[in-house]
Ligand binder design. Sequence first.
Ligand SMILES: *Cc1c(COP(=O)(O)O)cnc(C)c1O
Ligand SMILES: [Zn+2]
Length: 432
Amino acid sequence: MTTISQQPIPAPLDGAPATTPGVLDFGPARGLVCRECGAEFELGAAYSCAECFGPLEVKYDFGAVSRERIEAGPLSLWRYSDLLPVPSNAANKLNLAPGCTKLIKADNLARELGMRSLWIKDDSGNPTHSFKDRVVAVAQAAARELGLGTLSCASTGNLAHAVAAAAARGGMKSVVIVPQDLEDGKIVSAAAYGGVLLAIEGNYDAVNRLCSELIGEELTADWGFVNVNLRPYYAEGSKTVGYEIAEQLGWRLPQQVVVPVASGALLVKVDKAWRELVATGLVESTDYRVFGAQATGCSPVAQAFEAGHDVVRPVKPDTIAKSLAIGNPADGPYALDVVRRTGGSFGSVSDEEIVEGIHLLARTEGVFAETAGGVVIATLQQQLASGTIDPDQETVILNTGDGLKTLDAIIGQVGPTATIPPDVAAVREALA
Ligand SMILES: *Cc1c(COP(=O)(O)O)cnc(C)c1O
Ligand SMILES: [Zn+2]
């Protein structure tokens, strides 16, 4: 297996001066552009188009990028700074330095599923055990550049954990806002860092609405909501999953990828990352198909795909896959575009199938995934059964979070094989 080369991580330069005082440095980023009407805006804490209210995304002018420059970079997502909206010295500012997670050759699982070549991109290996550390790192760099001192977010759990930890490490304040009904593991892990955690009486969509209302209030003048007013930067952090997969495969793209979908940003950005690698000449252009995975209890994008709709009708989530429980996904329509353009598909799976998926992955590969990983495994099985995923094509699946944070989902379904007295006869009997 090709691994990311082991380069020393540069020592943090505490108190390193801002690049040039008063001049914003977002590396290769040149502005924000509306994804709907194409109107362009200056880089700043903006996320919706002043003309049409469409979502904004970062526009770039990529300079000199090369495999050599990336390979010589730090062993974190900052090795891709030439392709991100961050100053080139972002790695040197105090941060959690996430990324460079393992790409595991999953031969046992492949054998079990009758597949030829299967890889797991295991993002549970990030500092706070989910892929959210990537998006937060890029949003945190943007917050610093914009002079914002408080990191905030609307979260289904993992993001709150990532924001609270990144703020603590970076010497910033944090205010994270979550629905009150999250798993204990998610609430406790987010609260452990000493920032403010607000549990809201309502679901994620209510939390998200509240955050939109808070923006513009005097109270939040110093706050960067990583997934609201810093969303264009935040979302770009997801691209690093795509970059790493390509680099770890030896600078090439797989033929199929299965991505869990909450807001849809991760799916959209994996595709964007691969198109950028092709456009900048870092990888050869080869065909790939993108598959989206949702829980049936919150599957607005999968339903729209099934029905052939371009709009995503909001749903009320009811699933154990709480990290994916976004009923009104911001990037839903763009995720549909990517899946349709590449010839992929969407699957949705039941809570029982999710739990079975978690077991299957743990049993075959020794990877204990959170519910989102169970959604991906079950969707892979479903799409293999229906023939949409080809077992002979090289496939990468994403595990985006750690099972230790969603123990609630499987407590009661797994436990001791037997509870016995400490004697040999009892062991023999228990194993009989
Ligand atoms: C946030 C999250 C995702 C996907 O997020 P998007 O909003 O679709 O970008 C996937 N898995 C886990 C565990 C997450 O926390
Ligand atoms: Zn617009």
